[in-house]
Design a protein around this ligand. Structure first.
Ligand code: AMP
Ligand code: ZN
Length: 109
């Protein structure tokens, strides 16, 4: 998607602070962190929202990668929070499916 911020990050047109990458996902630091560790995990192909993700295997893979990144890359040993905002009412601003990983402090609900 030519007008998608996160597709521009994937192509390298817009710089980002990469923390992990493989064939399926790209993970980078959120530019406005809400916790000591705040990383975004995105699929490498454009999906606008969670509601547009029709492939259960791809979604499961994405969540497995989120767990791997949180534990093995970010070393969030005490635990972490996973958030996906869905469409305007859910606070989604960038319409390329992404999973927030938040950690590094005790998170109140
Ligand atoms: P959401 O509200 O769920 O769509 O979250 C979008 C997130 O993208 C926000 O937490 C922003 O701080 C983050 N963000 C926006 N632009 C960038 C960027 N260029 N690099 C890293 N994170 C960004
Ligand atoms: Zn995109």
């Amino acid at each position: 998607m030519s007008d998608c911020l996160f597709c521009h990050i994937l192509s390298g047109d817009i710089p980002s602070s990469k923390v992990y990458e493989d064939d399926d996902v790209y993970a980078f630091k959120d530019i406005h962190p809400k916790a000591p560790t705040h990383v975004l995990v995105i699929p490498k192909h454009h999906i606008a929202t969670l509601d547009d993700a029709k492939d259960a295997l791809q979604l499961g893979l994405l969540m497995q990668k989120v767990s791997y990144i949180a534990n093995e890359v970010l070393k969030l040993k005490a635990g972490y929070r996973v958030i996906t905002n869905v469409r305007e009412g859910g606070g989604q601003v960038v319409f390329h499916l992404h999973v927030h990983i938040l950690g590094g402090k005790k998170l109140a609900f």
